[in-house]
Ligand binder design. Structure first.
Ligand code: SF4
Length: 328
């Protein structure tokens, strides 16, 4: 098969080595940079509040991701419960803060991923999976043995340790990380992660070393590479221009696919913070978009959406568990 995903060529011994490495991290938890040190296999909870078994809030074909990911048949998306960031403006707060979701065995997730492939999904899109890494890897190995053969997308908040990214080498084909902040002050205030900028920049470099520039097949569907998401916040709070400078100085802009997002709305507790309590304006967004384009970055540059368009792909995880998300 052209562009066969790398995980199809991993030996059982190589899978086991990766699972062992992930289990060692989870036993005194360092699965993310918070390094809480709790024993996840004993059910001890750290900052993310994740239990000692996998929890999934929704799993369905998603037609609202970037075009190279959703393609014509959707991205097979798995939303894991809990999060290592818990941003106070999170639009998925039901799963990141409120623990919506149900326990999934390794076998059940493997079956569901194969089922997404049977439904025609172009890829398996793992959303915030790092705090369940040992279980996720075992599911992926099982699914691969049962015929899974589409690319694996690692969709995350970008707060990842390089150690975890190293384990994912030859398993993940497409990295879809956020660069949420370019300044430590906002990262501390809104995501309780004062080290976010340093950690995020190191993770982005590690992801690019592994996956390289985003590559698409003849239908424009991605099969490997890095796509960086950035959500512009009001009042320049995300430090967008600092992120732009980092990217310009670290990469050839022609190699980097950016998904620049204008869809911010004050979700969860954002309304309690005056500076986050409104959407962004056209005057804030236009110079940002122009700067990325002028620098030569490839990608997907969202327009400031109509009020109703904003809500098209908003997900209520209390009601949507398996049904495809088409925006209709
Ligand atoms: S995954 Fe959770 S428990 Fe583990 S280090 Fe990160 S926040 Fe702490």
């Amino acid at each position: 098969m052209p562009h066969s995903p790398s995980y199809l060529f991993l030996s059982p011994a190589a899978w086991q080595e990766k699972i062992d490495a992930a289990e060692a991290l989870a036993a005194s938890c360092r699965l993310c940079p918070r390094a809480c040190g709790v024993d996840r296999f004993k059910g001890e909870k750290g900052f993310c509040n994740a239990p000692g078994e996998m929890a999934v809030a929704g799993i369905f074909p998603h037609h609202g991701e970037e075009p190279p990911l959703s393609g014509a048949r959707g991205s097979g998306t798995v939303f894991f419960s809990h999060c290592t960031l818990r941003c106070l403006f999170c639009q998925n707060y039901q799963i990141s803060h409120e623990a919506e979701g149900e326990c999934y065995s390794v076998e059940l997730l493997a079956r569901k991923m194969v089922d997404l492939q049977k439904q025609g999904c172009h890829n398996i899109n793992l959303v915030t999976a790092s705090h369940f890494l040992p279980w996720v890897l075992r599911s992926l190995q099982m699914a691969a043995e049962a015929g899974l053969a589409v690319p694996i997308v690692y969709n995350c908040g970008g707060y990842e340790s390089v150690q975890t990214i190293d384990i994912l080498n030859n398993i993940v084909n497409i990295y879809l990380p956020d660069m949420k902040y370019g300044n430590a002050e906002s990262a501390k205030k809104f995501s309780a992660a004062p080290d976010y900028v340093r950690v995020n920049q190191a993770a982005i470099k590690a992801m690019f070393r592994q996956a390289g520039p985003l590559k698409c097949d003849g239908d424009g569907v991605a099969y490997r590479g890095l796509c960086i998401r950035h959500l512009v916040l009001p009042h320049g709070l995300a430090g967008t221009f600092e992120i732009l400078e980092f990217l310009k100085s670290s990469f050839d802009p022609a190699d980097i696919f950016i998904s620049l997002m204008a869809q911010y709305f004050p979700a969860y507790k954002a309304g309690e913070h005056k500076e986050l309590s409104r959407k962004i304006t056209a005057e804030e967004y236009a110079p940002v978009k122009e700067a990325f384009l002028e620098a030569g970055f490839n990608g997907f540059f969202q327009e400031i959406a109509e009020p109703q368009a904003d809500l098209k792909f908003k997900i209520d995880f209390k009601t949507r568990k398996n049904k495809a998300l088409t925006g209709e």
